[in-house]
Design a protein around this ligand. Structure first.
Ligand SMILES: C[S@@+](CC[C@H](N)C(=O)[O-])C[C@H]1O[C@@H](n2cnc3c(N)ncnc32)[C@H](O)[C@@H]1O
Length: 189
């Protein structure tokens, strides 16, 4: 499906269908915190959000955004790669996470050489499968305009297409491409 509506907004609209108060969500790329705030609002004060970023500056901006929004959802700021998400989260989170979001590329307004890269992105996607609950969703927004972006987007598309246990939908645009992958309701690992 090709769309001209901003895919960042569309991703939130789609994810909102799968997130309820009290649930656990992961922002695999916190950046400026827009996605973390969205997830935190969806799961509410009874839920939990884990926000990952390798840049301290991104996590600080995310924390500031949530504070300014007076958001009282518990958010755990994880200053490490999303490729370490499985060891960063408590074992009790396995099979319990409702959504994992990836917004790939670089932090807008910062050094464009610090970018997500296919090997760690794919490792994080693999680990997400262990964390997702039945019926949970993965969303990946991939950009193709920066060096390495097209290759990473292609690697993500190929990975998503190979996952038999996930229902996979693609939302394309002249800019980024959005992949939404939903785990079947019955446990199938
Ligand atoms: C496009 S930005 C994310 C935008 C963000 N979701 C928002 O709502 O503002 C991409 C972020 O991914 C982060 N990043 C790059 N490699 C990463 C990795 N291996 N693990 C976690 N975050 C990473 C960058 O530091 C950057 O902040």
């Amino acid at each position: 499906m090709t769309t001209h509506r901003p895919l960042t907004r569309q991703a939130h609209e789609l994810l909102a269908e799968y997130l309820s108060p009290g649930e656990i969500a992961i922002d695999a790329t916190a950046g400026n915190g827009h996605d973390t705030l969205f997830l935190a609002r969806q799961v509410g004060p009874g839920g939990t959000v884990h926000a990952f970023d390798i840049q301290a500056e991104a996590l600080a901006q995310t924390r500031d955004r949530l504070r300014a929004a007076a958001c009282d959802t518990p958010v755990f700021y994880r200053h490490c790669s999303h490729a370490e998400m499985l060891s960063a989260l408590p074992a009790s989170a396995r099979g319990q996470v409702s959504a994992v979001t990836f917004n790939l590329g670089y932090l807008p307004g910062a050094d464009h050489s610090t970018i997500t890269r296919a090997p760690s992105t794919l490792e994080a996607l693999r680990q997400s499968l262990t964390l997702l609950r039945p019926g949970g969703v993965l969303s990946v927004l991939a950009y193709r305009g920066h060096p390495g972006g097209r290759e990473e987007a292609e690697a993500v598309a190929a990975w998503c297409a190979r996952q038999d246990a996930l229902a996979h939908a693609v939302y394309d645009s002249p800019g980024p491409v959005l992949h939404l992958c939903r785990r079947a309701r019955e446990a199938c690992d």
